[in-house]
Design a protein around this ligand. Structure first.
Ligand SMILES: Nc1ncnc2c1ncn2[C@@H]1O[C@H](COP(=O)(O)OP(=O)(O)OP(=O)(O)O)[C@@H](O)[C@H]1O
Ligand SMILES: [Mg+2]
Length: 244
């Protein structure tokens, strides 16, 4: 099982939109896929019209009792482990002296899925460290703006600080508006850096409308530019992993 964490310390950059659509793209290729909603806001769960059952909580999660709480989505080969509001304090319960707790928890799913995609909350904490250690690939959406680039640079330093393998960290430009000169300039300046995938995800109304349709864009508008962008991005992620 490959673990792909969609993670950035910055909020509102398109992590949830990407994890939902990438998980869908992955499952459409026949891979058994689990999307795990790590964010107590539960946006990924919302997009699939799923909420955690009453018996699920941070305690169950930390004990690794995941199987019982995994839900089928409306789509073949795609399951979801919903978020729970108690996840807002997940950090406080993680082992201060280690960073492999999450890796061990997800290890219990090793034989059940081909891919585990994590929709991560925006912060840089012990949970983030656990996520980075657990993941085979960390994919960071970056909006083409100064602060988003700064957040990426901080994250690269964080990888150094926790001695994580920087080769597994990749980024892509998210919510790109080609009409904006600043977006054009930022992309031109940074896209050639090795960390960036070639595919970027444009700012498109279809993605915003997922809040209404409550399903991946490709399930509503197959072949739309948004669906194609996420599919192309998935292929890059998949190929990068296969190359390692
Ligand atoms: N490519 C896109 N085009 C248009 N709107 C987008 C796109 N990607 C995301 N959005 C919209 O931007 C908002 C933030 O996106 P999203 O929730 O995916 O970000 P996030 O990084 O997960 O945020 P948070 O840090 O709060 O979890 C949402 O309203 C979403 O619909
Ligand atoms: Mg989110």
């Amino acid at each position: 099982m490959e673990i792909i964490a969609v993670y950035s310390s910055k909020g509102g950059v398109g992590k949830t939109a990407a994890s939902v659509n990438l998980a869908y793209a992955c499952s459409r290729r026949g891979k058994k896929t689990l999307l795990c909603d790590m964010d107590p806001q539960g946006a990924a769960s919302y997009y699939f019209r799923i909420s955690a059952d009453k018996k699920y909580s941070k305690k169950k999660f930390l004990k690794g009792k995941l199987q019982k709480h995994i839900c089928e989505t409306a789509f073949p080969s795609l399951d979801l482990l919903p978020a729970h509001f108690s996840f807002r304090n997940l950090d406080l319960d993680l082992d201060r002296d280690g960073s492999e707790e999450l890796k061990n928890i997800f290890g219990k799913l090793e034989n059940s899925y081909d891919y585990l995609i994590l929709d991560c909350p925006p912060n840089m904490t012990l949970l983030s460290k656990n996520i980075i250690i657990a993941a085979d690939q960390v994919v960071s959406p970056v909006t083409p703006s100064t602060l988003s680039i700064l957040a990426l640079a901080q994250l690269v330093k964080f990888f150094d600080k926790i001695k994580a393998d920087k080769k597994k960290h990749r980024a892509f430009f998210s919510m790109v508006e080609r009409r904006k000169k600043m977006h054009q300039d930022t992309i031109q300046r940074f896209q050639k850096k090795k960390i960036f995938f070639k595919t970027s995800v444009p700012y498109l109304a279809e993605v915003e409308k997922m809040g209404i349709t409550r399903q991946p864009v490709a399930a509503t508008w197959s072949g739309s530019p948004a669906a194609e962008a996420y599919d192309k991005l998935w292929m890059e992620i998949w190929k990068y992993r296969s190359r390692k």
